[in-house]
Design a protein around this ligand. Structure first.
Ligand SMILES: Nc1nc2c(ncn2[C@@H]2O[C@H](COP(=O)(O)OP(=O)(O)OP(=O)(O)O)[C@@H](O)[C@H]2O)c(=O)[nH]1
Ligand SMILES: [Mg+2]
Length: 358
């Protein structure tokens, strides 16, 4: 799973990226280019399992982030680095809300709602260009061969064009599931689920909910497949420096339940309809990422393709039941361990042991 971090220049994208992934800042004076990093998804369930099983290793689920250099207003017809955003599953748009004389804003003033709308329009324009190019190609093909699949695709792309011209992101255009599937072959950006990560100052962070409401961002984000997440880069940097107890006290003082970065990760996860199942043992306790609605046999493939191929049964116990029982043996004794076939739909927090033969 991969998410692209986009936004205007100097809004804090790279700061957020570095905090999420632990990547070092690029060498001073180097040419800005996209960077890829891996973030671990915090999961208290893995910690709890590790207490129970004392494994040699614990492994968290991961999300890949791409840090894309900033979009500069009014410098080119397409302001977004399209090649950098190929093969992404979601977009994280970092929007600046913090005021700072030290950090210049391309418009001189800070207006988060204006910027969020501006970038949305850029995504729509980028897609409109791609859709128009595809339509030209399809029309040429239809003239030559008139294949029915080209004709139906043309109808689909004409609908996309109409929606985009009305400034609607593809995300909001009504499409049949098979049409959505078809669009996966194209990197259409306004089709991707979107996380608006609003970078607030510490003062704004203390009343984040009311800030998001007042600024109009809450209303803007109240749409399908859009999430809103307040963060504060300086606060996150501070938390990253503190040990667990001090970090907790600092968060409590700010009235925050968890670090903003955890919220960003969780929101990215939720946006993509991702869930985790767990595998446990003395060797390793680990969280694995799958899309919600994945069958047991396919989920086995997340662990290893051999296990998917040789799948026999899945032994499943919910995380809560396993904690309640205290051990795998006790869970089995209580009858909380279920044997499931390949069609079983794995649930978030299932602890799974696959039986297979190769
Ligand atoms: N005061 C303040 N400064 C910030 C905040 N977030 C980032 N900065 C500063 O703003 C500057 C730009 O931050 P970056 O993370 O490099 O921004 P960017 O979006 O990656 O910028 P480009 O890649 O150039 O588009 C840096 O000097 C940061 O230290 C914030 O929340 N508050
Ligand atoms: Mg940057």
């Amino acid at each position: 799973m991969r998410a692209g971090i986009i936004g205007l220049s100097s809004v804090g994208k790279s700061t957020v990226f570095e905090l999420l992934t632990g990547a070092p800042p690029p060498p001073l004076g180097s040419r800005p280019e996209p960077r890829v990093g891996v973030a671990r998804v915090p999961d208290p369930r893995v910690e709890r399992m590790a207490e129970l099983f004392k494994p040699r290793k614990k492994t968290l689920a991961t999300v890949e982030y791409v840090d894309v250099p900033g979009v500069r207003k009014g410098t080119a017809s397409t302001l977004i680095d399209l090649p950098a955003l190929r093969n992404i599953d979601a977009l994280v748009h970092v929007v600046r809300a913090f005021e700072s004389d030290a950090v210049p804003h391309p418009d001189d003033t800070v207006d988060a709602l204006r910027d969020a709308r501006f970038l949305e329009l850029e995504l729509i324009l980028a897609d409109l260009g791609a859709v128009e190019r595809r339509l030209e190609r399809l029309e040429a093909n239809i003239k030559k061969a008139n294949r029915p699949e080209d004709v139906s695709e043309k109808a689909l792309f004409l609908r996309l064009k109409e929606g985009l011209e009305a400034e609607r992101p593809i995300r909001e255009i009504e499409l049949a599931p098979e049409e959505r599937l078809r669009l996966r072959n194209y990197s259409l950006l306004s089709e991707k689920p979107l996380l608006l990560a609003v970078n607030l100052s510490e003062t704004q962070m203390r009343e984040a909910a009311s800030f998001l409401e007042r600024s109009g961002l809450a209303a803007l984000a109240d749409r399908p497949q859009v999430q809103l997440c307040p963060i504060s880069a300086p606060i996150e940097a501070e938390i990253a420096r503190l040990d667990a107890d001090d970090a907790r006290a600092f968060l409590d003082d700010l009235g925050l339940g968890e670090p903003g970065l955890d919220r960003v990760l969780r929101a990215t996860y939720a946006l993509l309809g991702q869930i985790s199942f767990l595998t446990v043992g003395e060797d390793e306790c680990r969280a694995w990422t799958i899309r919600s609605g994945t069958r047991a046999q396919e989920a086995a493939g997340a662990v290893h393709s051999d296990i998917e191929r040789g799948f026999i049964r899945a032994e499943v116990v919910s995380f809560e039941d396993l904690v309640r029982a205290g051990s795998m043996a006790a869970a089995r004794e209580k009858g909380w361990l279920h044997l499931e076939g390949k069609e079983y739909l794995v649930r978030d927090g299932d602890v799974v042991h696959f039986r297979f033969n190769v």
